[in-house]
Ligand binder design. Structure first.
Ligand code: FAD
Length: 541
């Protein structure tokens, strides 16, 4: 009965779109329907507006309705109805809306709100399980669960934690698994998509399929890094490890890019237990560092010898590493850290150390978020650019971009620039994510915030200026044949997507799309198989 109502509703919406276009108000019948099955279809203005925006603030498209599911069955019912509708109504899962360019939007269709609403609160969570076959623990989580909630849950039940992270935890499991999910642990554990045992996926035909490396492996690997194209992830089985208690967090500075990257690459190549647990890095302007050094990372008890930096202007590089420990290893952590640092070539007198609980380290970006929110600087446009750059070309990238396009003035980037390497052998080649054709490659992330009204006061921080800088960086990479691939990719035309994937992988991805989402109704905000305003192909039957 509930499914029948969903179908009727979608039929109504769909006919409305086809007859009078998208500018109409939802009909009264739609408003009267209220709850549908276990989930709730909403046309509340606040829901619709929320679903039409994202963190990037660059694209805005309103859905006809927002669906708050209570479980996989609700999602499947909705997708089945959309699949059978005359126009192939768009359905997009929305994790936490942290995309940059409207990837989770569904213009004129239905957005499935995976992370909010009554369903999210009422849902019972599964306890972590030990599997002798896997030789470790795992936990089954809802696809819309936020990583911060997964962490708090698994810590509370056995002091366990996922192994691989993103820098920021207020992202959804399904959202990051549809991309890759990376942070400074990826060199050791691989991205988050390498730390999943099993998925439940609602395909574009509305079927719920349980898949893993051995069960429907095409769908399993295709959905991991699959940009939401093959289905909606409603459950993920996440690998866990024993969580450490504390973290020694260290930063050190470099003038010399070659020494900086050589040290990063050496650190991610260490085998066995003698290694850091997290390796990242970022690009900084010497001037900004000298002015803000004390207030940024370190406590006043951490004296800074800046004499060596006094006469330096331009670009500096900051290595960032951590070592996890607990009571049983507290006695040896200093020695281990000193031994690892002793092999590196950072500038003498620029090592800074802090020590904090593991949870506080993982949740570090949230603190910055709260500060930015307080200043009204969180809800600004974010024209981010994330690139995977092959290690063999990272020096050319430094020369052409940090010193070239940016002219050595990192402040002109409008936000932090992260740079850290990863090992390709930790990424399963069967997943859909696209990385460069080299064993080692870097993430270079320009995490930009445009200043509202910056056009006059600070033209370099205007949205237009930052977007233009992105284009110059992409042009440089194309012109110089850097072989970079976009992470969290944003391409406009299908031939650009085909180029992004490369011939063989594109052929495979398109084949999987035709099998699992034949009417191309899912995640059309990515703009891969169906532009926002085009109709869907006819249904099979
Ligand atoms: P959404 O933006 O809501 O969705 C992203 C895409 O996935 C959409 O196409 C959507 O339709 C699809 N989707 C969402 N849920 C599902 C699902 N359950 N099943 C299938 N498809 C789904 N990424 C990193 O890897 N590392 C980082 O350190 C990192 N830090 C970040 C910090 C901030 C402040 C922000 C804003 C983003 C960061 N990201 C990072 C990027 C993040 O991984 C992406 O934004 C990603 O899309 C997850 O966000 P979300 O859960 O809000 O997904």
């Amino acid at each position: 009965m509930a499914r029948c109502l969903v179908f009727m509703l979608l039929f109504l919406i769909s006919s409305l779109i086809s007859t009078v276009g998208l500018l109409v108000e939802p009909p009264a019948e739609l408003l009267q329907l209220g709850d549908v099955g276990e989930g709730r279809l909403s046309v509340d203005r606040s829901d619709v507006l929320e679903a039409s925006r994202d963190f990037g603030g660059l694209a805005r498209a309103e859905p006809m309705a927002v669906f708050h599911p209570r479980g996989a069955g609700d999602v499947a019912g909705l997708v089945r109805a959309a699949y059978g509708s005359a126009r192939g109504l768009r359905v997009s899962a929305r994790g936490h809306g942290h995309s940059i360019s409207g990837q989770a939007q569904a213009p004129g269709g239905v957005v499935v709100d995976m992370s909010h609403g009554p369903g999210a609160e009422a849902r019972a969570r599964a306890l972590p399980v030990y599997s002798p076959a896997l030789g470790g623990h795992y936990v089954d989580v809802w696809g819309g669960e936020l990583w911060v909630d997964v962490l708090n849950w698994t810590l509370a039940h056995g002091w366990l934690a996922p192994r691989s992270w993103t820098d920021y935890l207020y992202l959804s499991v399904g959202g990051t698994l549809s991309n890759a999910g990376i942070s400074g642990q990826a060199f050791h554990h691989g991205p988050q998509i390498s730390n999943v045992y099993e998925l439940d996926v609602v395909t574009g035909k509305g079927e719920v399929v349980t898949c893993s490396k051995t069960q429907h492996p095409d769908l399993f690997f295709g959905a991991l890094g699959g940009l939401g194209q093959l289905g909606i992830i409603t459950r993920a089985r996440i690998a866990l490890e024993r969580a450490p208690q504390r973290v020694r967090w260290i930063r050190a500075l470099y003038f010399n890019f070659t020494e900086f990257t050589a040290d990063q690459e050496r650190l991610i190549s260490l085998r066995g237990g003698r290694r850091f647990d997290y390796v990242e890095g970022f690009v900084v302007a010497a001037e900004g560092l000298i002015n803000n050094w004390r207030s940024s990372f370190f406590s006043p008890q951490n004296p800074v010898k800046l004499s060596s930096l006094k006469h330096h202007s331009g670009v500096l590089y900051c290595l960032e590493v951590t070592k996890n420990y607990d009571d049983s290893t507290a006695g040896s952590v200093d020695q281990e850290v000193d031994a690892l640092l002793g092999e590196l070539n950072f500038l003498p007198g620029t090592v800074f150390t802090t020590d904090l609980p593991y949870v506080d380290f993982l949740d570090r970006v949230h603190k910055a978020e709260l500060k930015l929110r307080a200043k009204g600087m969180w809800e600004v446009p974010h024209p981010w650019l994330n690139l995977f750059v092959p290690a063999s070309r990272i020096a050319d990238f430094d020369h052409g971009v940090f010193r070239g396009v940016l002219g050595g003035r990192t402040a002109g980037a409008g936000g932090p620039i992260l740079i850290y390497p990863m090992n390709k052998h930790k990424w399963d080649p069967r997943s859909s994510v696209v990385t460069p054709d080299e064993e080692m490659f870097y993430l270079v992330a320009f995490l930009r915030s445009a200043l509202p009204g910056a056009g006059a006061a600070d033209p370099a921080r205007s949205l237009e200026a930052l977007a233009a800088q992105n284009r110059r960086i992409l042009d440089f990479c194309a012109r110089e044949g850097i072989g970079a691939k976009q992470y969290l990719p944003n391409h406009k035309a299908q031939h650009e997507w085909a180029e992004h994937f490369g011939a063989q992988r594109w052929e495979r991805f398109a084949r999987l799309k035709a099998e699992f989402d034949p009417r191309a109704i899912l995640a059309t905000g990515q703009g891969i198989f169906r532009p926002a305003d085009s109709p869907a192909p006819e249904a099979d039957s």
